[in-house]
Design a protein around this ligand. Structure first.
Ligand SMILES: *[C@@H]1O[C@H](CO)[C@@H](O)[C@H](O)[C@H]1NC(C)=O
Ligand SMILES: *[C@@H]1O[C@H](CO)[C@@H](O)[C@H](O)[C@H]1NC(C)=O
Length: 438
């Protein structure tokens, strides 16, 4: 009897040690292939420009393939660029495995690269559509030697409730009593959830014989409690990458700038709209910590300030829609990290198109994040407010992952990180800082 107990203890200890030694922190690097179409120093080509990141990444997620609405097949975003019949970028990227044998290279579908979100719901509604998707995915992955598929499924985001700040507390109490917080435009939400669960099961069965990975990326502001049937899907997924940013954006809240990716709650803000609030939800639902990957955005979110904005700069602050597009990313409301750093005081880089430096406000509490701003001045210049991730704040998020025992970090995306080393001389400084704290 005693021997049996001793053997049992030994077996358990061995198992613990074994899982410890195989559990490596994942460092998931998203690459958005649309960054290839930028001009100038923002143009990020794969494999060339991203290669210096790859000794840090454990997973490279090539984004994004899309769905052909006509036949529900998985298809490339840009056939000419990506397939062998054209320029062959898929092959060039998966060939990186020769030099980085430990790197897992996944193809991701959706990720907001596809403007038509409806296809992602329709596909889930019939078994035939799901079958068409599954078999086309297996063929495409095998043909181009990808190591797996990532589902960055384009579920509808939680709608914004239009609320005037003076009415906010009244509105909150109304919302609580009538349960409007969960009102949702998707009338077939349950059907879509069940379809997604079935899709994951079918994909797993189809990809397993080839040892291919299956992962999911939860896009910002998607209500996972609606679409993710965790009990049934988690066992079939290698990990879940939770993009914990863009809680506030100029699209969602044009008239109020605020921290888009605070680690912890502050003031009377909703704790759900923080990294910690989100991660705690996943953990409370019983998802194993080591399957949860924390998604960190390598970019800044911007709003235009007006003459009516507070002069202190402190958020939440009145604003007037997205800030002006950056010279490389050319997207209103968004700046890559190098675009942000070129606007900061003492920057190495002076951007000719944005001569007005910002005032920088760091966050000694390490809870909220950094921001920088410029008030509008008389010379018709519009003001700007930008909250962004930098190597310091990304490092705190890496440390958070370590403290919570999560499965790793994901950087969204490495083309927005400082891939040329413009800000500090170090390439991919956000990715590396987050990884160094794991
Ligand atoms: C936070 O989100 C969860 C999951 O969607 C929800 O159940 C909860 O009620 C939310 N809390 C608040 C304060 O809105
Ligand atoms: C995050 O927000 C920025 C600014 O609104 C937007 O350009 C970008 O597409 C968003 N990314 C995701 C993944 O939601």
């Amino acid at each position: 009897m005693e021997l049996q107990v001793a053997l049992c203890v030994a077996a358990v200890l061995a198992a613990i040690q074994w899982t410890d030694s195989v559990q490596v922190d994942r460092v998931v690097c998203y690459y958005d292939s649309r960054s290839r179409y930028r001009e100038g120093i923002g143009k990020a080509e794969a494999p060339g420009d991203i290669e210096p990141a790859l000794s840090t990444c454990t997973h490279l997620v090539y984004g994004f393939a899309v769905i052909d609405g006509g036949n529900n097949k998985l298809v490339p975003l840009d056939e000419y660029q990506e397939l062998d019949s054209g320029k062959g970028y898929y092959r060039a990227v998966t060939s990186l495995k020769k030099r980085y044998p430990g790197l897992n290279i996944l193809l991701s579908v959706g990720g907001l690269a596809d403007p038509d979100k409806q296809k992602y719901l329709t596909l889930l509604e019939s078994e035939d559509s799901r079958k068409a998707f599954v078999s086309s995915a297996r063929i495409l992955l095998r043909q181009y030697a990808f190591d797996g598929l990532d589902l960055a499924w384009e579920f509808p985001a939680i709608p914004i409730q239009k609320e005037r700040s003076t009415l906010r507390s009244i509105w909150h109490s109304i919302r609580k009593t009538v349960g409007l917080a969960h009102s949702h435009k998707d009338e077939k939400a349950e059907e879509h959830r069940d379809g997604f669960t079935a899709l994951i099961k079918d994909l797993k069965n189809s990809l397993r014989p080839d040892g291919l990975l299956l992962t999911t990326t939860v896009l910002p502001n998607v209500d996972a409690s609606i679409y993710y049937d965790l009990k049934d899907i988690v066992p079939n997924l290698d990990y879940i990458s939770v993009l914990a940013f863009n809680y506030t954006t100029p699209e969602r809240k044009p008239d109020e700038a605020d921290y888009p990716a605070a680690l912890y709650q502050a003031g009377d803000r909703d704790t759900n709209l923080t990294v910690d609030g989100t991660i705690r939800w996943w953990l409370e639902k019983g998802v194993p910590a080591n399957k949860i990957i924390l998604g960190i955005g390598a970019f800044g979110v911007t709003w235009k300030l007006t003459s009516e904005s507070k002069i202190s700069g402190v958020p939440p602050i009145g604003a007037d829609g997205p800030g002006e597009a950056g010279p490389q990313t050319k997207t209103p409301g968004l700046l890559s990290y190098p675009e942000v750093c070129s606007l900061l005081p003492n920057s190495n880089v002076k951007s000719p198109s944005a001569p007005h430096q910002l005032r920088l406000v760091t966050d000694p509490s390490h809870k909220l994040g950094s921001y920088a701003y410029r008030l509008p001045d008389s010379s018709s210049d519009t003001g700007l407010w930008v909250a962004y991730e930098d190597p310091d704040t990304a490092g705190y998020k890496g440390a958070y992952v370590k403290n919570k025992g999560l499965g790793g970090i994901a950087i969204w995306d490495i083309s927005l990180d400082d891939f040329r080393g413009i800000c500090t001389g170090e390439r991919f400084s956000i990715l590396k800082a987050a990884k160094n704290h794991l």
